[in-house]
Design a protein around this ligand. Structure first.
Ligand code: AMP
Length: 669
């Protein structure tokens, strides 16, 4: 039991290390800020619950990432730490309680409230009024010397002449980029913070100068002979000395005051020129700050009260129609790029015509946009107060914007309702957009699984007229491809290899790959299992005997109608015939006596060296089966990297065997 807990903890620590590096050192995170914060919290919760869990890489012990080798290092005279996070009122009450317990006396606490600008911190040391060294935070103990880069920022004074400016002081603040300036360079960076971090840590300061960075000062680090009594007084003087400070800094006296300020600011933050991801509350009294001191990675006297990372507001610049593989017309709003929890969003789905009407979404409107978890960004509502006279209603097209065919809404005989989705009436390759999507489907993992021929490549080859139809994939002009930008000998030979490998395919995958609406991989398997051979499949199509498939348990009227519609289109039949000659389509082999006979499996997390689709297929080849929910019928839950906790917990409750990928491989052979 303890072994499992420890392993789970260490997995999380390793994940954390990986993302920490991507976030701080490479300035190119691959998960959102929210997921990053969640991971940190999960580790801290585990540490709290099981005191035997310890690691030097715990978020409680680490700050940022060690300085990059590209720069000279500098040991901070006073550590540059992180801030602990609060997400709700309860967290704030606990924060205050801890402070009062620590001080062990009844004092009235005033808080200096400052916006938490979502950039990266920098430290500026001034001696006798001259900026002598500028350093990044690094791992909190040592930072990178980036003086020349920092000097390119217009908000950073090189010299301060005021007579009351301290002789030896380190000023700290945030380097960031405005949203409008980010818009121009958004293709090169994951989000504005990474743009700031990436630009600031360029080897050549002239590269830094090209990006309009800003600096807002908010505190001191090393400060010889500090006579200040209040943080708020220090902030005032920072301004007098010529540093920019936030015009939103305030003093607040109670937790309830902090909470209402947070609520108000959370709404208003979208109008700011730069990203703010929370409010920082600092005990205003510097004497108390000194007494409270620091834990290993954060001050005890400050906390960051985060904003929701799930939504933001942005302007709808245009509405475009995307045509999907099955002809579905999906309206997509092109919005002014907006950072939602570390992920920059510029395309937002509007789902369908009814949704646009119901929410009265117009071009030019300001919309509240949600991006939570894996859900695609969508509009929650538009802000009617911000509606401009020039806002434009969107007229949903009656004809497909790609091929001009009529569009239609299907009538569902069972529900007696029209479908919400409007579709292009062409079911085939005549519609360019549908054709491209069909090709993407054809090469996808569960279909022909052609590595090296991803979605982007399909689009490119389509534009170059290298591929018009699935069979073209097997007659590609490799000489032409090797002369294309970005294609070397190796990549061409890899592509050739994976295409040749894909010539051999099982019947179920083939049926799935031709992309009939409502025939997913499971239905394709049922049909393949029933018809056995490609000849059987072609026979039923030629004789138009589709109703025969109704005998298959699991295939219903919807699937039958869909196949009928599909084969009405001659081009579709043509393609099936051509492919059947080019490919070697194998019977679906179900090994009735396989090693996993009667056993059910479920995978969670990323598997090493094998796709989910292949793993499933291996189980099935060995007579096992896959289930899609954790229930009593499940025999094994197989854990990959970063598994879903909920599934593990439920499996434990139901006494389902939890095994690693290695154990699963052992079961196979
Ligand atoms: P964390 O990102 O959790 O390490 O939080 C600490 C960081 O918040 C600091 O290193 C700063 O980059 C940033 N920050 C932004 N605004 C402020 C502020 N007013 N006071 C302190 N830290 C701030």
């Amino acid at each position: 039991m303890n072994k499992n807990i420890k392993q789970n903890y260490l997995n999380k620590i390793n994940e954390f290390k990986k993302h920490n590096k991507l976030y701080y050192e490479n300035s190119s995170p691959i998960i959102s800020d929210k997921e990053f914060d969640k991971l940190k919290k999960e580790i801290l919760d585990l540490e709290k619950k099981y005191i035997f869990l310890k690691s030097n890489f715990s978020p409680l012990k680490s700050v940022g990432f060690k300085p990059s080798k590209n720069f000279l290092k500098f040991k901070h005279r006073q550590k540059m730490l992180s801030l602990s996070n609060a997400f709700n009122e309860e967290d704030l009450i606990n924060f205050e309680k801890k402070i009062l317990n620590f001080l062990n006396e009844k004092v009235n606490l005033d808080y200096s409230v400052e916006p938490k600008i979502d950039g990266i911190s920098a430290s500026l040391t001034y001696k006798n009024g001259n900026l002598v060294i500028g350093v990044s935070r690094g791992d909190g103990k040592e930072g990178e010397i980036i003086t020349d880069n920092l000097k390119t920022i217009k908000d950073i004074p090189h010299k301060v002449k005021n007579s009351n400016f301290p002789k030896d002081i380190e000023i700290r603040g945030e380097v960031f980029i405005n949203k409008n300036d980010f818009e121009k360079i958004k293709d090169n960076f994951a989000n504005p913070r990474n743009a700031a971090s990436g630009s600031l840590r360029q080897k050549n300061p002239e590269e830094t100068r090209k990006i309009p960075l800003n600096f807002i000062a908010y505190t001191f680090g090393y400060f010889e002979d500090n006579k200040y009594k209040l943080q708020s007084d220090f902030l005032k003087d920072l301004k007098l000395w010529g540093f920019k400070t936030s015009e939103h800094n305030k003093i607040e006296k109670s937790i309830s005051g902090l909470v209402s300020l947070h609520k108000k600011f959370e709404k208003e933050r979208f109008q700011l020129e730069y990203d703010v991801d929370g409010l920082v509350y600092k005990i205003n009294n510097l004497k108390l700050q000194k007494r409270l001191g620091f834990t290993s990675n954060a001050p005890r006297w400050a906390i960051a009260h985060k904003f929701s990372a799930d939504y933001s507001y942005s302007e709808i610049l245009n509405i475009e129609i995307q045509v999907g593989r099955t002809g579905a017309l999906t309206p997509v709003a092109k919005v002014k790029a907006v950072n939602i929890g570390g992920v920059v969003v510029s395309n937002v789905t509007l789902h369908n015509e009814d949704e646009i009407l119901r929410k009265d979404i117009r071009i030019g409107d300001t919309a509240k946009i949600e991006r939570a978890g894996d859900v695609i960004p969508h509009v929650i509502e538009v802000d009617l107060k911000k509606r401009k006279n020039s806002s434009k209603k969107f007229i949903f097209p009656n004809n497909c914007p790609s091929c001009g065919s009529k569009t239609e809404k299907e009538f569902n005989k069972i529900t007696k309702k029209y479908d919400a989705v409007r579709r292009c009436s062409s079911e085939g390759f005549e519609c360019e957009k549908i054709a491209i999507e069909k090709l993407k489907h054809f090469i996808s993992k569960e279909a022909l699984n052609i590595d090296g021929l991803g979605k982007r490549v399909i689009e490119k080859f389509w534009d170059l007229k290298l591929i018009n139809s699935p069979e073209d994939i097997f007659k590609l002009d490799y000489d032409k491809i090797s002369n294309l930008d970005g294609w070397g000998k190796q990549s061409v030979s890899n592509l050739k290899y994976s295409i040749e490998k894909a010539r051999e395919v099982t019947l179920d995958r083939f049926i799935f790959s031709i992309g009939v609406r409502h025939i997913g991989i499971e239905n394709a398997k049922l049909i393949a299992d029933n018809l056995k051979t490609i000849e059987g499949f072609i026979d039923i199509i030629n004789k138009k005997n589709i109703n025969e498939l109704l005998n298959i348990d699991g295939i219903g009227e919807t699937q039958i109608q869909s196949i009928k519609k599909f084969i009405k289109n001659k081009e579709n039949i043509n393609i099936i015939n051509k492919l059947s000659k080019i490919l070697s389509i194998k019977k679906l082999e179900i090994n009735k006596k396989g090693r996993l006979k009667g056993k059910t499996f479920m995978f969670t997390g990323k598997l090493a060296g094998i796709s989910r689709a292949e793993a499933k297929s291996l189980v099935e080849k060995n007579s096992g089966s896959i289930v899609s929910t954790v229930n009593q019928k499940l025999n094994y839950l197989v854990l990959g990297e970063k598994p879903t906790n909920k599934k593990i917990e439920l499996a434990k409750k139901l006494s389902v065997k939890i095994i690693s990928q290695q154990e699963w491989t052992k079961l196979l052979n």
